[in-house]
Design a binder for this molecule. Structure first.
Ligand SMILES: Nc1nc(=O)c2c([nH]1)NC[C@@H]1CN(c3ccc(C(=O)N[C@@H](CCC(=O)O)C(=O)O)cc3)CN21
Ligand SMILES: CC(C)C(=O)C(=O)O
Ligand SMILES: [Mg+2]
Length: 277
C-alpha cells in the first residue's frame, strides 16, 4: 500500500500517481484490481451516484456510508475520503470532530479538504498532528461553486495564479501529503508541481502534475450525460447496458425468462396436497 514517503519517492522519480474515484464496493474492487495507486471517495458521489446537481447537499453520513463500502472493497489500496461541504468551516472543534469521525468510521488512509482559508489550514495541521494524513485541493473547488460563479477554470489572472501558488505552499507547510489541482491552466499547475515537494494530482490541470485523478463514472462513461473537457472516457457502453436492460424487460413480458436452467424444482410427490385440487 502507498504511503506518504512512497508518494514523495514517486514524485522524485517522476513515476506518475494514478488515482480514480470510487463510491461503492464493486467500483472499489475493480479499481484495486486495476492497480490504481490511490482511490478517492469523492463528494462528487452526490452528483454521479445520488443525482444532486452539486456536491453541496452531501453530508458527513453520506461520506461515511460510501467510504465504508469502498474500504471493504479495496483493502490493499490507499483510500482518501473527501470531507463534505461545511463540515470543516463551522469551528476548529467541529472540523476536527467531523474529520475524526469520517477517518475512524471509514478506515480510510487520508482525508481531503478543499481550499486554503485560515481555518482549513489550521484543520490540515491539527488533523495531521493528530495522526490523520490530509490531501489538499485547490483550483476549482466544487463546494464553493456558487462563490466561484460556476464550474470554471481557476487561476487565469496574475492575481489568482499568484494566490494559488501561495495557497499551495501554505497547504504543504500545514502538513498535507498531496495536493489535488482541479481545472487549472497547465502552465500554472506545472509551476506549482515544481515548487512543492509533495505530489500534485491533477484533474484538468495538464500532464505536468505528479499524478492524475478522474471520476470513475467519467472514465467508464457510465450514466453521465455530459463529460467535462478534461475527461478521457476509456469505455463507452451505455447503449449496450441500456439494450441489455431492455432485453431483460422484454423477456419477462414475453415469458422468455426465466428458463428451465434458472429454475429450482422438487419432485411432485413432495408437494403438499391441498383440498379441492
Ligand atoms: N462527473 C463528474 N466529473 C467531475 O470531474 C466532477 C463532478 N462530476 N462533480 C464534481 C466536480 C465538478 N466538476 C466539474 C464539472 C464541470 C466542469 C465543466 O463543465 N468545465 C468546463 C470548463 C469551463 C471553463 O472553460 O471555464 C468544460 O467544458 O470542461 C468542470 C468540472 C469536476 N467534478
Ligand atoms: C474530482 C475530485 C478531485 C473530487 O474532489 C471528487 O471527486 O469529489
Ligand atoms: Mg470532491
Amino acid at each position: 500500500m502507498l504511503n506518504r514517503s512512497k508518494m514523495m519517492k514517486m514524485k522524485q522519480e517522476n513515476e506518475k500517481i494514478a488515482m480514480i474515484t470510487a463510491y461503492d464496493f464493486p467500483s472499489a474492487k475493480l479499481a484495486e484490481a486495476a492497480d490504481v495507486d490511490m482511490i478517492l471517495v469523492g463528494d462528487s458521489l452526490g452528483m454521479v451516484v445520488l443525482g444532486y446537481d452539486s456536491t453541496i447537499p452531501v453530508t458527513v453520513e453520506d461520506m461515511i456510508h460510501h467510504g465504508k463500502a469502498v474500504t471493504r472493497g479495496a483493502k490493499d489500496t490507499f483510500v482518501v475520503v473527501d470531507m463534505p461541504f461545511m463540515s470543516y468551516h463551522v469551528s476548529i472543534e467541529d472540523a476536527l470532530r467531523n474529520g475524526m469521525e469520517i477517518y475512524q468510521k471509514t478506515n480510510a488512509q487520508a482525508l481531503k479538504l478543499e481550499g486554503a482559508g485560515e481555518l482549513v489550514l489550521e484543520t490540515i495541521s491539527r488533523l495531521t498532528e493528530g495522526g490523520i494524513p490530509v490531501v489538499g485541493h485547490l483550483g476549482l473547488t466544487p463546494q464553493s461553486v456558487n462563490v466561484l460563479g460556476g464550474y470554471k477554470v481557476q487561476g487565469k489572472s496574475k492575481e489568482t495564479a499568484t494566490q494559488m501558488i501561495q495557497d499551495a505552499l501554505a497547504i504543504e507547510k500545514s502538513g498535507a501529503i498531496a495536493l489535488v489541482l482541479e481545472c487549472v491552466p497547465r502552465e500554472l499547475a506545472d509551476m506549482i508541481s515544481q515548487r512543492l515537494s509533495i505530489p500534485t494530482i491533477g484533474i484538468g490541470a495538464g500532464a505536468g502534475c505528479d499524478g492524475q485523478v478522474l471520476v470513475y463514472h467519467d472514465v467508464l462513461k457510465y450514466g453521465v450525460e455530459r463529460l467535462p473537457k478534461f475527461v478521457k472516457p476509456y469505455l463507452d457502453n451505455n447503449e449496450e447496458i441500456q439494450s441489455a436492460l431492455s432485453t431483460y424487460v422484454q423477456e419477462v413480458k414475453q415469458q422468455a425468462f426465466p428458463e428451465e436452467q434458472h429454475t429450482f424444482t422438487i419432485d411432485k410427490h413432495l408437494l403438499p396436497d391441498i383440498k379441492g385440487d
